[in-house]
Design a protein around this ligand. Structure first.
Ligand code: AHR
Length: 657
């Protein structure tokens, strides 16, 4: 008898436990919440990890203008009779090479370019070679241009070769097309002085795939630009990051050097060449071939609002404790003028100085700039002191432009607590927050924005990524915690207006910082699990927040919420419910819709889910599709629809009213 009672009790307890396991998520359809800004999910670009030269910027020749400061021939191997000269046709890039007869009929003069970790070329594709050249003494000369595989054991090293005749003593641009007969990720570009071996001068030697993003001549690598477009980003922040500030003021990103003809854009150093002594890249410079015009154009082409960030006159504060490193506040005028001129470059009439340059570069219509950021990771009273005159000048000249200020490099703490009120006082429209933080931080921040001041500036989560402790790398679990955290961004769309994961790009042979969103070598690329998280948020952005609660509380991974994070948005008649399960056990949920009319129901349309067979793996060049969202069966109709969420998963439930 006792046994029977015990077993009845056990059955009851098990049933009760099962019943408890259904987590009811109440979604209130009566009250439509804050609009979700079009700018909400965006991208952050910085030339780190060879993101520009050697990455998104499709130029295949390194040091094309012979301006690398340590060695004008860095990246080149010269042979025969080659001389570097410095009275070339482009004042900001005065160096060029002179190729002359090697002095013996059996010798050769020429030079090889190694590209960025080699030159990646595809069989049968067209590559556009161009060069500025002249024959100094007049007359004619001939060069032969080849793509070569110097590691090959074949009879010939070349994948293709063409000759180019150069005539006259005036500098002119010459072009030819190369079509390799083999695919190779590490080819070299070789130039021979040939024919009658008459001395010739060469400058700005360039090689682009003809098939660039949108076919632009000074173009972008198609697969990488496509990976940006596929995110459907609402905002595009550029050009960084720390490179905005410079290790010293002179090496800050200077947007004015990045516009106009590419041949005459000043080379700048790249701080990511030397920032980490354990990963130094002595040949990492910024050619500015991908400059502000190209950034604005790309923003337009991918449908994202441009958000340029400019120096506020403070050099990188991590690298400079001495206040002498910075521009004094009373000498900020040229920096402020840079900001005003940038607005003119983006939006000004074609009759203005900078608007005309934009038009001359091919875009007479304004770019529709609405936001500008001043300063990156700045701190102490130095920052508000520097920012104030910018705010005054921009407000006076362009009250329509929204100004983004910074809360420093930390997600909380002394500087953060100091800077937020300062930004409010100065009337910044948005405040940039940065958080590269470990698992625990992301798990604990689901409610971060629930109690933010609704009256102050809006939040721009301008750089964030979940970093493992110790070795940092891309893996699914980190992306899952980013997805979990982002439910809190979405729920608080009235206060968070923009969020951009960082950094964006990394070359597998040239990275300084990871994790990153998109990885590549010279020919291939892959999108990480974090990329898919961003994409899912972008794709299911919706138009307005909906209230979603469990037992009357926001679902933020709180102690009694079994590792669940959730949010909901409305999109016309559609409802998107996002649920992230950060725990090792599957969960059952009931989506309970309140605020419906008596007869009204909600219908399941589809489900999309991101999971992984292993928590600590990601996609790779060899397995680019290992982790990707997949559809799952989600059916039902009524006021309450039940569903399961697997362990460690990010699910989007699409429903229709
Ligand atoms: O994204 C990499 C770096 O992280 C950025 O340059 C900087 O703003 C931050 O410290």
């Amino acid at each position: 008898m006792r046994k029977i009672v015990l077993s009845i009790a056990a059955t009851f307890l098990a049933t009760a436990a099962l019943a408890q396991q259904i987590h009811t998520l109440d979604v209130n359809l009566k009250k439509v919440g804050a609009p979700i800004q079009e700018t909400m999910y965006g991208i952050f670009f910085e030339d780190i990890n060879y993101a520009a030269d050697g990455g998104l910027y499709a130029e295949l020749v390194k040091n094309r203008s012979f301006e690398f400061p340590c060695d004008a021939l860095q990246g080149w191997k010269a042979f025969g009779n080659v001389e570097v000269r410095s009275d070339g046709p482009f004042p900001r890039n005065p160096h060029y090479v002179r190729l002359s007869d090697p002095g013996h009929p059996h010798k050769w003069t020429g030079l090889d370019n190694e590209g960025f970790f080699g030159i990646g070329v595809k069989s049968g594709q067209t590559y556009r070679f161009s060069v500025w050249a002249r024959v100094p003494d007049g007359g004619k000369s001939t060069i032969r241009v080849e793509l070569v595989n110097t590691a090959s054991m074949d009879e010939n090293h070349f994948l293709c070769q063409e000759t180019l005749d150069i005539a006259g003593s005036e500098w002119k641009k010459y072009q030819l097309e190369l079509i390799p007969d083999n695919t190779l990720d590490k080819a070299a570009l070789r130039i021979f002085l040939t024919g009658n071996r008459t001395t010739v001068d060469l400058e700005h030697i360039s090689l682009f795939p003809a098939d660039t993003w949108m076919g632009h001549e000074n173009g972008l690598r198609k697969d990488l630009a496509q990976a940006l477009a596929d995110l459907k980003p609402g905002v595009f922040r550029f050009p960084g990051g720390c490179i905005v500030e410079g290790t010293d003021i002179a090496t800050r990103y200077n947007w004015k050097n990045s516009v106009g003809p590419v041949e005459n854009r000043t080379l700048n150093e790249n701080r990511w060449e030397y920032t980490f002594p354990h990963r130094v890249y002595p040949d990492y410079y910024q050619s500015y071939g991908l400059g502000f015009y190209e950034f604005f154009l790309l923003s337009e082409e991918i449908g994202a609002a441009p958000l340029p960030i400019l120096s506020c006159g403070l050099a990188c504060q991590f690298q400079n404790e001495d206040s002498q490193a910075h521009c004094p506040v009373d000498q900020l005028e040229p920096f402020i003028q840079d900001a005003l001129d940038l607005i003119e470059f983006a939006n000004g009439d074609v009759n203005t100085t900078w608007g005309k340059l934009r038009a001359d570069m091919g875009h007479p219509a304004p770019f529709g700039l609405k936001f500008i950021g001043i300063g990156n990771e700045q701190w102490d009273s130095l920052y508000p002191e520097h920012l104030e005159p910018f705010v005054k000048a921009i407000r006076a000249a362009h009250p329509e432009i929204k100004i983004v200020g910074s809360s420093g490099p930390d997600s909380e703490g002394k500087q953060f607590d100091y800077l937020w009120p300062q930004m409010t006082k100065l009337g910044a429209d948005l405040v940039d927050e940065h958080f590269y933080r470990p698992y625990e931080w992301f798990l604990s921040q689901g409610a971060r924005y629930d109690n933010y001041n609704r009256k102050g500036p809006k939040v721009f989560a301008g750089e964030y990524a979940c970093h493992a402790k110790g070795k940092k790398w891309n893996h699914f679990y980190a992306s899952l915690l980013e997805a979990a955290f982002m439910t809190g961004i979405e729920r608080n769309a009235d206060v968070v207006h923009m969020a951009t994961y960082a950094p964006l790009f990394a070359h597998v042979e040239g990275w300084q910082w990871r994790p990153d969103l998109i990885w590549y070598d010279n020919l291939r690329s892959f999108r990480t699990a974090s990329w898919y998280v961003q994409q899912l948020y972008g794709q299911y952005r919706g138009s307005n927040c909906l209230s979603l609660t469990m037992d009357g509380k926001n679902v933020t991974g709180d102690e009694d919420q079994d590792g669940l994070f959730a949010s909901a948005v409305l999109d016309g008649d559609k409802i998107y419910v996002k649920v992230v399960n950060t725990e090792a056990s599957p969960a059952s949920i009931a989506l309970n819709f309140t605020g419906l009319k008596k007869v009204q129901t909600v219908k399941a349309v589809e489900g999309v889910r991101l999971t992984s067979s292993s928590l600590y793996q990601d996609n790779s060049l060899d397995h680019p599709d290992r982790i990707a969202p997949a559809a799952f069966s989600f059916k039902g109709e009524g006021k309450c629809i039940q569903a399961d969420v697997p362990a460690y998963s990010f699910s989007i439930f699409v429903l229709e009213k």
